[in-house]
Design a protein around this ligand. Structure first.
Ligand code: SF4
Length: 446
């Protein structure tokens, strides 16, 4: 019997992208993926609750699916991820055309939930049951060269603005043996790049029967034959240990890029955010990283307009951005989230002030990004080709080890290859280059 069709729409971070891959695998026995919601038998929305804006987008998508459901009443619609975890039953009440709700730890129950929804039930699975970090062994499709590998779930940090500990539960690490086995399988099928994922990977391993530190896990993964590039996200600056900093100098596959969310440059705001470090401590770690790996590219997350943020606090953030010399920053206006402490803080900043500060911050980041890209002109560097360029069908798009984007002319057969590219032009968001030669052929695993 031909498989039914599944459309997945993913909002949010890389964890959600990895979760959507897991959703496709969990339902693979009965469903094949489609890129068109109009022809799907099952539509699943994997949601993000970090900012109000992403939540609003989910609600509007859900609204437009009502029309589709009217045309095809047999269509099943489900909502999963962080908004589902937060809202649970309330979503079913708000959207009578919704068939099922599954939370951040409900993915592997999907075959049963979908079956029940097809029988006319409206199941809700939002328990944050511990023990789910015995995640099933993930299989990647043949030809995939980049893999997102979840190594832990949840967070214990309770930053005062963040909803993650409430919607993803407490930290739980996956057994190292399971992680290594999954990556070894991916590399055996000619995979090249692995990104280890968790909300705070630096605290990986606490609570395991035989505790393993994150640097120890990195060393084990880096030693696997066939691995060309190793990355990880996300790191909490407070937990960035000297051993992890040393790993950048010691482990060849570990790419010279670190995403280290600072959020603010003001000590007063950092304390109110419950981040557990000062600007000086953050900058000391930046200096140590640059000493260990002088070419390292640092990227960050920044929030503007946190409650109580004055113009002077904001200036401190701009100053820190220059001092840390970020190559890229994901920046957002603060938005109060349900359950979080900061939502009730006094001194909420007016929307217009937040908007103006965000524009100033983004203008500065654009300047820093362009400077970082310009520094690379004339260099010859390794690029992993990810796909066609968005700007021109005759061009390919890939990434340097520092995660900077490079576009260059080349045929589609080169997608998935590691190439040597001469960098010729710098733009605000990317570089342009010229393919010089294939990189040294990467040893294949027998
Ligand atoms: S470390 Fe803070 S910002 Fe990051 S997921 Fe945990 S609570 Fe949220």
């Amino acid at each position: 019997m031909p498989k039914k069709k599944l459309y997945i729409r993913t909002f949010g971070c890389q964890m959600n992208v990895a979760d959507s891959e897991a959703i496709a695998q969990a339902l693979a026995a009965d469903y094949a993926l489609t890129a068109r919601a109009e022809e799907a038998d099952l539509v699943l929305i994997n949601t993000c609750a970090i900012r109000r804006k992403s939540e609003e987008k989910v609600r509007s998508l859900l609204g437009s699916l009502r029309v589709l459901k009217k045309r095809r009443p047999q269509l099943l619609i489900g909502v999963g991820g962080c908004v589902a975890q937060q809202e649970g039953e309330r979503l079913l009440v708000a959207a009578p055309h919704l068939n099922l709700v599954f939370g951040t730890r409900g993915i592997w129950r999907l075959p049963d939930l979908v079956h029940r929804a097809a029988q006319g039930e409206r199941p809700v699975a939002v328990e944050l049951t511990p023990g789910v970090c015995a995640l099933p062994h993930r299989l990647r499709p043949a030809g995939q060269v980049q893999a997102l590998v979840t190594i832990m779930q949840g967070c214990n940090n309770f930053c005062s603005f963040c909803v993650v500990p409430y919607v993803r539960g407490r930290e739980e690490s996956r057994e190292p043996g399971a992680i290594i086995a999954e990556i070894a399988d991916f590399l055996a099928a000619n995979g090249k790049e692995v990104t280890l994922l968790g909300q705070n990977v630096n605290s990986y391993g606490r609570g395991l029967p035989e505790p393993v530190t994150f640097p120890e896990l990195l060393a084990k993964v880096a030693a696997l034959p066939g691995l060309a590039r190793l990355r990880f996200a996300t790191s909490h600056p407070r937990d960035l240990s000297p051993e992890l900093i040393a790993a950048f100098a010691e482990l060849e596959p570990l790419c010279e890029h670190l995403h280290l969310p600072v959020q603010s440059g003001s000590d007063k705001i950092l304390a109110a955010m419950n981040r557990g470090y000062t600007r000086e401590e953050y900058l000391k770690k930046v200096a140590a990283l640059r000493k260990a790996k002088p070419d390292i590219a640092l990227t960050t997350d920044l929030i503007v307009g946190f409650p109580g943020e004055t113009e002077a606090d904001f200036q401190e953030t701009l100053k820190l951005m220059r001092e840390a010399d970020f190559v890229q920053a994901f920046s957002f206006k603060y938005s109060p989230r349900p359950q979080t402490r900061a939502a009730g803080f006094p001194g909420q900043v007016p929307e217009a002030v937040k908007t103006a500060r965000l524009a100033r911050l983004q203008a500065l980041q654009e300047e820093l990004t362009l400077k970082a890209n310009t520094r690379l002109i004339g260099r010859v560097a390794e690029v992993l080709v990810e796909g066609p360029s968005r700007r021109s069908p005759a061009e390919l798009c890939g990434r340097l080890r520092t995660n900077q984007v490079v576009n260059f002319p080349g045929p589609p057969e080169l997608v998935g290859r590691l190439l040597t590219v001469k960098l010729t032009e710098a733009h605000p968001h990317s570089l342009k280059g010229r393919w010089v030669a294939p990189s040294t052929p990467w040893p294949q695993v027998a």
